[in-house]
Write a protein that binds this ligand. Structure first.
Ligand code: NAD
Ligand code: TYD
Length: 354
């Protein structure tokens, strides 16, 4: 079996669903269920005994070590993090606590477990750390995309905390021999995405008749990766990645934010036309994010050359799938935006301390 951290979040939930669609190998899913954790994303697994959910903090050494001893996973896939740049600007403390201190504690728990494994299991064991392209900082318009050798130049509290976690993971390999792999991916999008991030926020606001906020001039560039392609990249690196190596994962889909928002509006105009006008009429330019990185772009050729991975979706096919998913899952969106998804947490854990 494998242990996944943060498997109730956007990418983690997609990964757990994808994993169990591809294999019978069970998953222990450890998630603290912060505001970003949503058990409704995993509802389709209710009847599956191969999914074992545990509410808890990656920084809780007693809990994590007992889970590892009990379930004896052959791998840990580490998604759990505070992930939203804007939140990190308003309150960086949780980012340091989970992304840095939490990852440190997780590494120590995994090291304790791994050190006690029999040689054959210890050799087969892997810990895959999921990180971001934001650790590399910001590119100018004509710079080459980020390779794995690009210097770390994080600019936001979020990216600095992820950079710190990457360094810890690297050091635990170098110093203690822990068998780690790291992936640094670009901006993901797809189903089950919390509507605080650009793409789900714009889809939701467009349908709700609200303004579509564009920070600054909207000409910042991101390299969009469909979440299903990210899941297949993680499976590939986990299976065949070289120990201690880092693999960049990107969609080869650089777009300005304005182009992304216009593409969503055009798709919605066709799929669910307004009574009059276009969804693009709701675009509203707002104050820029402090320290806003201008451009991210990933060179994923190491992953494709070494391990044969390529994304299946173009931005056009991926965004069409994503918008269709949101149109077909209004209940999931309503529960997230109304906060009703939190009720499950209260019901389930009413008696427990939080
Ligand atoms: P998310 O915010 O949607 O989900 C994070 C999950 O982690 C939530 O379920 C939350 O409850 C859980 N969590 C938070 N703190 C925890 C703790 N202390 N212990 C246990 N669980 C905890 O994030 P996401 O978008 O799914 O991102 C997953 C990973 O991928 C993160 O490490 C993030 O840095 C990285 N990443 C994300 C993107 C993106 O575009 N979303 C891009 C690059 C990298
Ligand atoms: P976001 O989804 O927050 O991801 P990240 O900051 O990790 O790249 O934002 C993607 C881009 O969209 C980023 O350049 C900020 C911009 N943005 C807006 O213009 N308006 C918004 O309301 C949001 C949430 C983001």
């Amino acid at each position: 079996m494998i242990l996944v951290t943060g498997g109730a979040g956007f990418i983690g939930a997609n990964f757990v669903l994808d994993w169990l669609a591809h294999s019978d190998e069970p998953v222990v899913n450890l998630d603290k269920l912060t505001y970003a954790g949503n058990m409704q994303s995993l509802q389709s697994l209710d009847a599956r005994s191969a999914h074992h959910f545990v509410r808890g903090d990656i920084g809780d050494r007693v809990l994590v070590e007992s889970l590892l001893r009990e379930h004896q996973p052959r791998a840990v896939v580490h998604f759990a993090a505070e992930s939203h740049v804007d939140r990190s600007i308003h309150g960086p403390g949780d980012f340091i606590q989970t992304n840095v201190v939490g990852t440190f504690n997780l590494l120590e728990s995994v090291r304790t477990y791994w050190s006690a494994l029999a040689p054959e299991q210890a050799q087969a064991f892997r810990m895959l750390h999921v990180s971001t392209d934001e650790v590399y900082g910001s590119l100018q318009a004509n710079d080459a995309p980020f390779t794995e050798r690009h210097a770390y130049e994080p600019n936001s509290p979020y990216s600095a905390s992820k950079a710190a976690s990457d360094h810890l993971v690297r050091a635990w390999h170098h110093t203690y021999g822990l068998p780690v792999l790291t992936t640094n991916c670009s901006n993901n999008y797809g189903p089950y995405h919390f509507p605080e991030k650009l793409i789900p926020l714009v889809i939701h606001n467009a349908l709700a008749g609200k303004p579509l906020p564009i920070y600054g001039d909207g000409l910042q560039v991101r390299d969009w990766l469909y979440v299903g392609d990210h899941c297949s990249a993680i499976r590939t690196v986990l299976a065949n990645g070289r120990l201690g190596e880092t693999y960049n994962v990107g969609g080869w889909n650089e777009k300005t934010n304005l182009d992304v928002v216009r593409a969503i509006c055009a798709h919605l105009d066709a799929a669910k036309p307004k009574v009059s006008g276009s969804y693009a009429d709701q675009i509203s330019f707002v104050a820029d994010r402090p320290g806003h990185d201008r451009r991210y772009a990933i060179d994923a050729s190491k992953l494709s050359d070494e391990l044969g991975w390529r994304p299946r979706e173009t931005f056009e096919t991926g965004i069409a799938k994503t918008i269709d998913w949101y149109l077909n899952h209004p209940q999931w969106v309503d529960n997230v935006t109304s906060g009703a998804y939190r009720d499950w947490v209260h019901q389930q854990y009413a008696a427990q301390a939080r």
